[in-house]
Design a protein around this ligand. Structure first.
Ligand code: ZN
Length: 481
């Protein structure tokens, strides 16, 4: 039996003369997200991220099926089910515009690593040689699936309702299909970043046409597709051409550490940049390229903690802002840093203010200090724009899909609530993510993840990890120096 039909059949009748609504009493209202089912998220601190909608110190959000119907101080919602949001910040789910989810099995393996081997003893285990050359080539489709799924579920737990998964494990069409299955089974909005793979069975970039036709033919689904077009690879011109033929965005890492500046300048001068480009990191690039990116309306995705940790170069946050480019934020790799957006937002705001504050102390001109609200904007609506999903998500706007999170502002680390954006950015972390709704469907309810057997998945992830270490000939060492 359909769980929604069952739940609706058993819904208790209104008990008296009051309004025909049922306050939640801890149990999840039944049927949320089902077509035609109305749910009122009532009495929260509503941060809509949409100036036309506004914010509400105490407000209601009404959803029907997968969509937001209304946002207001008070909504009379008839017989809608009710989620009591008192004491909670109600805001759009976070959007991570660049995350290599396939690396979940290798979490924290390269916590101390930089990108490349610079010859120093401490750089022996480095990202390029270990992750890309040693480990990623070993992935089987089942390794792709479990890492992608577990990493995605973990991000729902942290309130990230949309991701661009930058998968570089398309060693065969079966690997690609495993990645897509995992993104679908996770149950949130996701963009497959169709990047390269390695080995004789790899069919990147040409298989993009099949992938698009087979898995992404409809716009009315949670999954969309972006073409990977790395300019340090020999077939990038073909990849860009296919992406544009398929009318999907073209994303790439742009990192000075890898000597990309001349190639990138060449593309800039040839007029190749477009509003469909997603440039990740943008460290070490020329003024010429920045101007071309800004003129073209390209999108910039910054992974500030990773860029600082792994020697991508100084995060070009101020440069982007000075060029009028509003960046999104991205978590990048969990082999080196956690994939929650609170870490991203805090790192981003403190970096910008450190640089600006230092100038102020020196008596120099300094830029406007970023605010908590600014970095929430980067982590929500700017990410939606960058992934071409702002017609669906990124703000609490009637007509958009209900990608909504409830953050507990009564918790020990937050109460008393005195400033909503400030509390989110300067106080909160994933333990404050109480409830997560993706396209109207509750995926986390009052602190508990729904719909997945986490213990079983963790065992599968550990088995995959054991295989990868063994195949790579790397000893598991929990205290590796
Ligand atoms: Zn990356």
């Amino acid at each position: 039996m359909c769980k929604f039909c069952d739940a609706r059949a058993k819904a208790p009748a209104d008990s008296g003369g009051g309004p025909a609504v049922r306050p939640s009493t801890g149990a999840m209202p039944s049927g949320i997200g089902a077509p035609g089912r109305r749910t009122l998220i009532r009495g929260g601190h509503v941060l809509s991220m949409d100036a036309a909608v506004g914010n509400f110190a105490r407000g209601d959000v009404l959803i029907e099926g997968s969509k937001i119907l209304a946002v207001a101080a008070q909504i009379d919602a008839g017989d809608a089910a009710v989620i009591d949001a008192a004491g909670h910040v109600v805001m759009p789910g976070f959007i991570d515009t660049h995350h290599h989810q396939f690396e979940t099995a290798l979490r924290s393996l390269l916590s101390d690593a930089i990108l490349v081997n610079d010859g120093r003893p401490e750089s022996q285990a480095n990202y390029y040689e270990w992750m890309l050359q040693k480990f990623s080539v070993l992935y089987r489709p089942q390794d792709v699936y479990i890492s992608e799924l577990f990493g995605g579920i973990a991000q729902i737990d942290a309130g990230v309702t949309t991701v661009m998964d930058v998968s570089q494990i398309h060693h065969s069409p079966e690997h690609t299909d495993a990645a897509i299955s995992a993104l679908r089974d996770t149950g949130r909005r996701a963009v497959l970043g169709y990047f390269e793979g390695w080995g004789d069975a790899a069919e990147y970039p040409g298989d993009a046409r099949r992938v698009k036709a087979q898995h992404f033919a409809s716009d009315d689904q949670l999954l969309t597709m972006v073409m990977g077009g790395e300019i340090y690879l020999p077939f990038h011109e073909e990849a860009w051409r296919i992406g544009r033929e398929l009318n999907i965005p073209v994303a790439l890492h742009v990192v000075g550490t890898f000597g990309m500046q001349p190639t990138f300048d060449g593309l800039a001068m040839a007029g190749k940049f477009g509003p469909d480009n997603i440039f990740i990191h943008m460290t070490g690039m020329s003024d010429l390229a920045w101007k071309a990116a800004a003129d073209a309306g390209a999108h910039i995705s910054l992974s500030v903690p990773i860029e600082m940790q792994m020697r991508h170069g100084e995060p070009p946050l101020q440069k982007a802002l000075d060029m009028g480019l509003m960046p999104s934020l991205s978590t990048d790799v969990e082999c080196t840093m956690t994939a929650d957006m609170f870490t991203q937002m805090r790192s981003t705001v403190t970096l910008q203010r450190m640089i600006a504050n230092e100038k102020a102390l020196r008596g120099e001109e300094y830029p406007r200090l970023l605010s908590a609200l600014d970095v929430i904007r980067f982590a929500t609506v700017e990410g939606a724009k960058g992934l071409k999903l702002d017609h669906k998500t990124g703000t609490l706007t009637p007509g958009k899909e209900a990608d909504i999170i409830l953050l507990d502002a009564t918790a020990l680390n937050v109460a008393p609530l005195n400033h909503v954006p400030g509390a989110v950015v300067t106080l909160m972390e994933r333990s404050n993510v109480s409830t997560v709704i993706c396209a109207g469907v509750v995926r986390k309810w009052q602190g508990a993840m729904l719909g997945h057997d986490i213990a079983k998945l963790r065992a599968e992830l550990e088995a995959s990890r054991d295989y990868l270490f063994e195949a790579a000939g790397v000893e598991q060492d929990l205290f590796r120096a």
